[in-house]
Design a protein around this ligand. Structure first.
Ligand code: T46
Length: 132
């Protein structure tokens, strides 16, 4: 399974840096932005796949691990830089864990929220991936 990172253009300065997200930085049209924050130590997020939704995850602050599965293989990626995004394609199972204190996960999403787009059962997800 290929993992794709997005390098976020930055404007550096001794007084602090600026990360800039413009339409051509992200490989889809952004329809929704949300963020996870105040995640308690030991908590896990995700634990599902999306049929259509693609997302870019950015550790705007702190760090966390993202486990990505395509039904055949698995990769664990640590996100800990505000200038690097992780692209998660549709039909990928994701689990987020090991959140550091103060971690913030910014998510740029290709679709509006739709519960019908979720696959929350791993067995169902694996079966849906069989012929892909
Ligand atoms: C992913 C990780 C990083 C909404 O009403 N609107 C929204 O935009 C979102 C994201 C969630 N919700 C509701 C739906 C559920 O009742 O909030 C509740 C928890 O949502 P969810 O199970 O999606 O939360 P996470 O943090 O486990 O997962 C989300 C994304 O779904 C997922 O794709 O990669 O954040």
């Amino acid at each position: 399974m290929q993992i794709q990172f997005i390098d976020i253009p930055k404007i550096t300065n001794t007084k602090g840096n600026i990360g800039v997200l413009e339409n051509d930085t992200i490989p889809f049209e952004i329809k929704r932005v949300y963020y996870l924050f105040d995640v308690p130590s030991g908590a896990k997020r995700g634990g599902h796949a999306h049929k259509k939704l693609k997302q870019v995850l950015i550790a705007i602050s702190g760090s966390f691990d993202v486990v990505v599965k395509d039904g055949k293989s698995k990769q664990t990626i640590t996100l800990n830089r505000p200038d690097r995004g992780l692209l998660i394609e549709n039909n990928r199972w994701r689990e987020l864990e090991n959140f550091s204190s103060g971690a913030v996960c910014l998510v740029l999403a290709s679709e509006a929220y739709d519960e019908k787009d979720y696959i929350r059962n791993y067995k169902e997800f694996k079966e849906s991936q069989l012929n892909k």
